[in-house]
Design a protein around this ligand. Structure first.
Ligand SMILES: [Zn+2]
Length: 373
């Protein structure tokens, strides 16, 4: 795997899959993304909000922080709002429709759903094709709102090595008995797409979740408005390396519908910290895998590079992002953003819980309200 960025091909790079994961002062988060732009020489970044990462308390401020970072780093950063749940009777079809409408009107560039991840799929108790999501998908289709959906998980999550199980359970990743199968979740997505064929859906983590190139091909053939972000998982590149010709053919054929992504989050904004992130490894691994004209090794495993031509690389790294999300991010309705921060802060002030998270969330909301007043 190459780690010297000077030998990668010289194209503008857009990253269509990053998150705010560490809950911290939002000023530091802005510095993290400034540092990521500079370290990787990125042209553009898309931040995807995830309110519930399963292994930590739900972050009700996540979407608003993503939009605030977008404004701070304008016009190079784009933001998708994440769907939020309260896991009680307030989770209704009307509420989900309200969320996507208000996010779109506020100036988010699209919508992120983690709801196809088995742990969250079980926690919500709702299939992706459930009636509860129908008005939301219909609205997204009508308004042509881009959606990034996390669908299923790598196959080995269903049967991992014994020594990994405890850690995976802690993360909310381990598939427990009775949870939906990969096939069930794929079928649910097909149902959604059959009902809403114009939905602009990008499925995250191409090779993590679609290890079978025939299944990935079938999906793109069936639904012309869909695509995949690449966002790598290490083990799955080794699986893809067993069928290098088939995957290369796939990349050449669907070059207009694939998006580079790394799953990077907000590290401390210094070079050393960035080098220790998964985002750094993911960047080097993906770029070597796509670009290199030679096979390579990492940790004793041999990878078969795809040796993609320049025109395909340029589309995956840059052009497809711009086609999907435009030259510039959508304009933010600052007043609506401020009102949303204010409303959330008022709700949180009624909350008697005084955890460090709640305190930090209030500090961030007050800061964001002050800065845009
Ligand atoms: Zn992600």
């Amino acid at each position: 795997m190459h780690t010297d960025f000077s030998i990668f091909r010289d194209f503008p790079i857009t990253d269509s899959h990053e998150h705010i994961e560490s809950r911290e002062d939002v000023r530091k988060t802005i510095e993290s993304y400034r540092a990521i732009f500079s370290f990787f020489g990125y042209d553009r970044i898309l931040l995807l909000a995830c309110h519930d990462l399963l292994d930590r308390p739900v972050d009700p401020t996540c979407s608003l922080k993503c939009l605030f970072v977008k404004m701070a780093l304008s016009p190079k950063l784009y933001a998708f709002a994440g769907l939020q749940h309260t896991y009680d009777e307030r989770d209704t079809a009307e509420e989900y429709l309200r969320q996507i409408r208000s996010a779109w009107e506020m100036g988010f560039d699209g919508f992120k759903m983690l709801e196809g991840k088995p742990g969250l799929r079980v926690k919500t108790g709702q299939a992706l094709c459930s009636e509860i999501y129908e008005p939301m998908f219909a609205y997204a289709e009508q308004k042509q709102i881009p959606i990034t959906l996390h669908a299923t998980d790598p196959a080995y999550f269903w049967d991992p090595p014994e020594e990994e199980k405890e850690n995976m359970r802690r993360l909310g990743w381990l598939i427990e008995p009775g949870w939906p199968s990969r096939h069930e979740i794929f079928t649910e997505i097909d149902t959604v797409m059959q009902r809403h064929p114009r939905l602009r859906l990008v499925i995250a983590h191409l090779m993590c979740d679609y290890e079978d190139v025939r299944e990935a091909t079938r999906f793109l053939e069936s639904y012309p408005n869909t695509g995949y972000d690449l966002t790598a998982c290490e083990s799955e590149y080794t699986i893809a390396s067993q069928a290098p010709e088939a995957w290369r053919e796939f990349f050449l054929r669907f070059a207009d519908r694939l998006y580079f992504g790394t799953d990077m989050d907000n590290p401390s904004p210094d070079e050393e910290s960035i080098r220790h992130t998964w985002g750094y490894t993911s960047n080097c691994l993906s770029r070597t895998y796509l670009e290199s004209t030679e096979d390579f090794e990492r940790h004793g495993v041999r990878y078969r590079s795809l040796r993609l031509p320049d025109d395909v690389i340029r589309k995956i790294y840059h052009d497809n992002f711009v086609t999907r999300l435009n030259e510039r991010p959508r304009r933010v309705d600052v007043q609506a953003f401020r009102d949303a921060c204010q409303k959330l802060l008022e709700n949180m002030e009624e909350d008697a819980a005084e955890s460090d998270y709640v305190k930090l969330d209030r500090i961030n909301l007050r800061y964001m309200i002050d800065r845009i007043s």
